[in-house]
Design a protein around this ligand. Structure first.
Ligand code: ASP
Length: 340
């Protein structure tokens, strides 16, 4: 028996991005009664995949630079140490379910693009239009404000006036659309890690990815080790935020490995995020925009982890917003992300 297994076993626990709270409130009871962690994690994220008001995932997700909504999703299952994922899939409402099908019905780990769409359709997933009017309008505002040297004109507004439209990020913070268009790179995703009653672990991450991305770009969410990872002997971890930084640090795998070697979830996440900062500083030799004037990364990365003892942590580079967690002591709730 590994050292991690020999530690106290925790009760049923869920952890993930702030937008997972609604699903946790609805399905934590099932996990407590012994439901499969992967079933519960999927139910949690599917609520957000189908919610047109969440512009970071599934229906209503913000599109790529040409206006196409493309989705990435993955699942990982501790008991069988298996995973499945889809990348850059279009017109399918529940990519997380398709990721599960890839895991259970194929010998592959990742299927992308039109192949993923065909695979989903073959398994009975209906064709869905995912670009909502609201997401299209936000995309249009972005296009119109991209350059002062093209023929597109933003709608006339008095100087400094904002449209008043506010959207919610995955850490729960509300941001004015104008600030997203001009100051911040829009990211968004939902992650959920689950520890079941019998100690099984599972996780899933699903996203519409970085808004205005180059068509074909795939982020960390469907990459096992980057946007999610679990190991039945250790626990589970996942991330949201700038996918490229999670890929370059292999962030979720690194967090699980650190926990395997005895680190508590919070220590493991801190170490990974410190690493991400150092890596961003090195990368800024080529990409100066990665580091702000104060020496801090110009982007955010949020990480979530649970070990077999039911210990949890949610940390991020910026320490802004919340994460969602549900455990036997306090039930489902938001907790503030701890900054590193
Ligand atoms: N990690 C996602 C991606 O890079 C975006 C996000 O979580 O905000 O595609």
């Amino acid at each position: 028996m590994s050292t991690a297994r020999a530690r106290r076993r925790g009760g049923p626990t869920l952890i993930g991005s702030a937008n997972a709270l609604r699903g946790m409130e609805r399905f934590y009871g099932d996990l407590s009664e012994g439901a499969e962690p992967l079933d519960v994690a999927l139910e949690v994220v599917k609520i957000v995949e189908a919610d047109p008001r969440d512009h970071s995932v599934g229906l209503g997700g913000l599109p790529d630079e040409r206006g196409h909504v493309t989705l990435d999703a993955a699942v990982m299952h501790g008991p069988t140490h298996n995973s499945g994922a889809v990348g850059c899939i279009e017109n399918i409402l529940h990519p997380s379910e398709v990721a599960r099908l890839v895991m259970e019905r194929t010998d592959h780990c990742l299927i992308v693009g039109p192949g993923a769409y065909r695979f989903a359709r073959d398994h009975g997933h209906p064709h869905a239009e995912l670009l909502t009017d609201e997401a299209r309008e936000i995309w249009l505002r972005w296009r119109e404000s991209m350059s002062e040297r093209d023929d597109r004109l933003p709608p006339r507004a008095k100087e400094g006036e904002k449209s008043g439209k506010v959207i919610r990020g995955h850490s729960g913070d509300e941001v004015a659309v104008e600030d997203l268009l001009w100051d911040e790179r829009i990211t968004g995703t939902i992650h959920c890690s689950a520890l079941g009653k019998t100690g099984d672990v599972a996780c899933t991450t699903t996203t519409s990815g970085l808004a205005w991305k180059i068509p074909g770009r795939v982020g960390d969410s469907p990459i096992v080790g980057a946007g999610l990872y679990c190991d039945q002997e250790v626990g589970s971890a996942g991330g949201t935020g700038r996918g490229e930084s999670a890929i370059l640090a292999n962030a979720s795998f690194a967090a699980v490995e650190l926990m395997r070697h005895g680190r508590a979830p919070a220590d493991a996440l801190r170490e990974v995020l410190e690493r991400v900062k150092r890596q961003a500083k090195r990368a800024s030799a080529w990409q100066p925009e990665l580091i702000r004037e104060d020496g801090q990364p110009s982007f955010d990365l949020q990480l979530y982890a649970v070990d077999l003892g039911g210990r949890t942590a949610g940390m991020s580079l910026r320490g802004r917003g919340n994460y969602a967690v549900a455990d036997p002591e306090n039930g489902p709730r938001h907790e503030p992300l701890v900054g590193v």
